[in-house]
Unconditional design. Structure first.
Length: 81
């Protein structure tokens, strides 16, 4: 069950990022130019397919000029391991 929770949270964050990226009319390559993060990684990030560090999340949020909480403002299940 924890793997599902982790992937759901990553997917939620990725979808929120995608929403802001599209609102700002930024391509993957433009975000790459702004953040230095590879465009193919950003695509996987938006789909919730990659694990990421808080530093990367901060770079992405800063690149789009949004707050981290804009990407993480949702509820999630608790992880019981």
């Amino acid at each position: 069950m924890p793997d599902k929770i982790y992937s759901d949270v990553r997917a939620n964050i990725g979808l929120r990022f995608k929403k802001f990226r599209k609102l700002k009319k930024l391509s993957y390559r433009k975000v790459e130019a702004i953040t230095g993060i590879d465009h193919s990684w950003i695509s996987k990030f938006e789909k919730g397919k990659v694990n990421f560090e808080i530093d990367t999340l901060l770079k992405l949020a800063s690149g789009l000029k949004i707050q981290i909480h804009d990407l993480t403002d949702f509820t999630h299940d608790f992880v019981d391991e």
